[in-house]
Design a protein around this ligand. Structure first.
Ligand code: BEZ
Length: 398
């Protein structure tokens, strides 16, 4: 059975239920929409190097739903939550716990691209709606794109590309790239390389460590010996804290500028302290954007979670906003799949990062900002890339 046929037969079943409901003078939508709880399956890291990222996504998503009255399309919500530990080897089993065992209506997750790859496969195989609130795995909105898969964050090559353009223009033409050896690190550095070499730059060396290792010392020694004009680094969460501190402690900040996508300094500044001050990064968010939506969101998140918001919280909040708007459009009727997908495709999301729309491949088309660390903030400097999409390479929507 094709995905389309599955959708059709589900609607036929609902049609049958509607007829039965009409016969007993109960409106079908009311019977379906208001009685059963909507099941949300949340798969995020709550432990390990990406734990803080997962927690912020979860808290902010629930905040957006709470602000909308605590229901989706008029239906109460039942949450099933799995800690995926950023462990790709457990990805399929964990996603199946939610999709097969708990029979969730919508799957939400995750942070780590390797785990997201398993979620994408499970969502495609079972035709389950999936919203990705962080993982940048390019293929999710590329070769593996599908009508039932949306992403509210970015594709890995997007911020890498935006940083490459800026670095070639301002920091010199000889770069070393360093990252973790998994999809996010590879795709982020590829994005950087594409824009940086197009801008006349040369990549002298690519250095990788297995995820989530933080034994940076030998690689920093190698960088010091190469003496590039700049270093491009993709790290996030606990790994970003360690890398920025080690780079500073090795004395490299004085002679070799460090650039990267803003994951390097987002949600990490308190732990990085002095070592992050003055760092310039590029991301689809900054801590002091001049828009009212962001100010209101940051205040509400601080009140709800008792900590400062960051890009991960923004992506979680927008996932909640997409759920609220999408389910409202179909009045909570998950059988109206085509209508649900069409409603989300048409959204302009009023995000704290600035308004964004979805590309045909279901990835945000959004602005990327140059930011500079000053005190406890990633302060907005200027727009590094306007309305940047992703390549959506190989995406053929069914
Ligand atoms: C990823 O694995 O796609 C990812 C993880 C943390 C930050 C950004 C991307």
């Amino acid at each position: 059975m094709t995905k389309e046929q599955k959708g059709t037969s589900r609607r036929r079943v609902l049609g049958g239920m509607a007829a039965a409901a009409a016969a007993s003078f109960v409106p079908a939508r009311f019977a379906i929409g208001q009685s059963a709880k909507l099941k949300l399956g949340i798969m995020l890291p709550y432990t390990g190097t990406y734990a803080a990222l997962g927690k912020n996504i979860d808290d902010a998503m629930r905040l957006a739903i709470a602000e909308a009255g605590g229901k989706l399309g008029g239906r109460e919500i039942e949450y099933s939550v799995v800690d995926d530990e950023s462990e790709p080897a457990k990805g399929t089993e964990n996603a199946n716990k939610l999709v097969i065992r708990d029979k969730v209506d919508i799957l939400i997750g995750t942070v780590h691209s390797g785990v997201a790859a398993a979620m994408v496969k499970v969502a495609r195989d079972n035709d389950t709606m999936l919203i990705i609130p962080n993982a940048g795995l390019d293929a999710a909105t590329g070769a593996l794109c599908a009508p039932n898969i949306f992403r509210t964050s970015f594709s890995n090559s997007q911020p890498g590309f935006a940083t490459g353009k800026y670095a070639a223009e301002t920091k010199g033409k000889r770069a070393v790239m360093i990252s973790w050896d998994y999809a996010a690190g590879k795709e982020s550095t590829e994005g950087f390389k594409e824009a940086y070499t197009a801008g006349g730059g040369t990549i002298l060396k690519e250095l990788f460590l297995p995820f989530p290792q933080v034994a940076f010392q030998p690689l920093l020694t190698e960088i010091a010996a190469i003496k590039p004009d700049l270093v491009y680094a993709f790290y996030a969460g606990g790994g970003a804290v360690s890398f920025v501190k080690d780079y500073y402690a090795a004395g490299l900040r004085k002679t070799i500028p460090l650039v990267g996508p803003g994951f390097l300094t987002d949600g990490t500044l308190e732990a990085q302290g002095e070592s992050a001050q003055g760092l310039e990064t590029v991301l689809h968010y900054a801590d002091d954007l001049p828009n009212a939506k962001d100010k209101a969101f940051r205040a509400a998140f601080k009140k709800a979670a008792n900590r400062e918001a960051d890009v991960y919280a923004v992506q979680g909040y927008d996932t909640g906003q997409v759920l609220v708007a999408g389910l409202a459009a179909v009045k909570g009727d998950m059988g109206a799949r085509k209508e649900l997908v069409a409603a989300i495709e048409k959204l302009t999301v009023d995000s704290p990062r600035g308004k964004f729309t979805f590309s045909k491949a279901h990835n945000p088309v959004q602005d990327f900002y140059l930011r500079k660390v000053m005190g406890a903030l990633n302060k907005y400097e200027n727009v590094a890339a306007k309305a940047l999409g992703d390549t959506a390479k190989g995406c053929k929507m069914a």
